[in-house]
Design a binder for this molecule. Structure first.
Ligand SMILES: Cc1cc2nc3c(=O)[nH]c(=O)nc-3n(C[C@H](O)[C@H](O)[C@H](O)COP(=O)(O)O)c2cc1C
Length: 181
């Protein structure tokens, strides 16, 4: 992998992992450092990352993600690591700016941090999947997250057993225009 674009293409949502291969602590530290260094509105850093590796807790956390009714996100039960991103309060300037400009900056900030994290995972040879569909209430209770805070994203991590797929994306002309909308 030589270029940033190659790294970007190598990151995909991996939904199957080798259960016998745990993720090394140094690699986890590396990803978390990449996320910690992400930019945020007014440098508020409105995030906390909960790393769930304990097998029993991880199983319960994955059960809060897997949706039996819709048959969604069952792959999370197999992931060696679950990382829960909690939205923390923004600082005064980010909150005020958000009110004035009608933008919820913390969600954007979390999105940037998760991009850092998942790209760093790809660079380290790890598979990941960003998961937004889960039972927040169950997750909050399980991980003792205060009721005033929201777990916004869950990221699965592990050694992927899936092949690299071609990206399905809108054509460049559809998403880029020059000198006007
Ligand atoms: C905010 C967000 C929420 C997502 N939630 C889920 C989810 O709940 N379950 C899932 O399997 N994938 C989820 N994904 C993964 C997307 O489906 C995936 O990124 C998209 O289809 C593009 O595919 P790729 O990541 O393989 O390039 C989510 C991605 C993002 C950015």
């Amino acid at each position: 992998m030589n270029t940033f674009l190659e790294l970007v293409k190598s990151r995909q949502s991996d939904r199957a992992y080798d259960p016998s291969r745990p993720v090394e602590q140094e690699k986890l530290d590396y990803l978390l450092e990449a996320a910690r260094l992400a930019p945020s509105a007014c440098n508020a850093q409105p995030w906390k990352f909960i790393v769930v590796t304990d097998p029993e807790l991880r199983q319960k956390a994955a059960e809060a993600v897997a949706d039996k009714t819709l048959g969604m996100n069952h792959f999370t039960l197999q992931a060696p690591v679950l990382l829960v991103m909690v939205e923390e309060s923004a600082n005064f300037t980010s909150s005020l700016g958000g009110i004035v400009k009608q933008k919820h900056f913390p969600h954007i900030d979390l999105g940037v941090a998760v991009a850092h994290l998942t790209l760093a995972a790809a660079e380290q040879g790890l598979g990941s999947c960003i998961v937004g569909w889960f039972n927040e209430k169950k997750m909050r209770k399980l991980l003792n997250i205060p009721s005033s805070k929201r777990p916004v994203l869950v990221i699965t991590l592990g050694y992927s057993t899936q092949k690299l797929r071609e990206k399905k994306r809108k054509a460049i002309e559809e998403v880029v225009s020059k000198n006007g909308y």
